[in-house]
Ligand binder design. Structure first.
Ligand SMILES: [Zn+2]
Length: 86
């Protein structure tokens, strides 16, 4: 069933998928797992498996993080991963 596009659908910023160039993923706080989506910003049918999910039966919009945001996060991740090596 196609979800009704709700004007107040939450916008979820996504990270690039490691397994699919241009695909997007985000960590779902309800399912406690990654949700994987294809290319393109916009409305999606929630991939929730948790019946308690607030996304279930609603729609959400996904949006890839900007390259500037990703570079900033990459730097932070690198710093975090390398902090014990110094
Ligand atoms: Zn979910």
């Amino acid at each position: 069933m196609q979800p009704t596009e709700t004007p107040k659908a939450p916008v979820i910023k996504c990270l690039p998928r490691p397994d699919f160039l241009g695909g997007m993923m985000f960590w779902c706080p309800f399912c406690q797992r990654w949700h994987y989506h294809g290319r393109g910003n916009g409305y999606r049918v929630p991939h929730c498996t948790s019946n308690d999910s607030l996304f279930k039966g609603n729609d959400y919009k996904i949006k890839m993080m900007s390259k500037a945001e990703l570079r900033e996060i990459r730097q932070a991740i690198d710093d975090y991963l390398n902090q014990d090596k110094r």
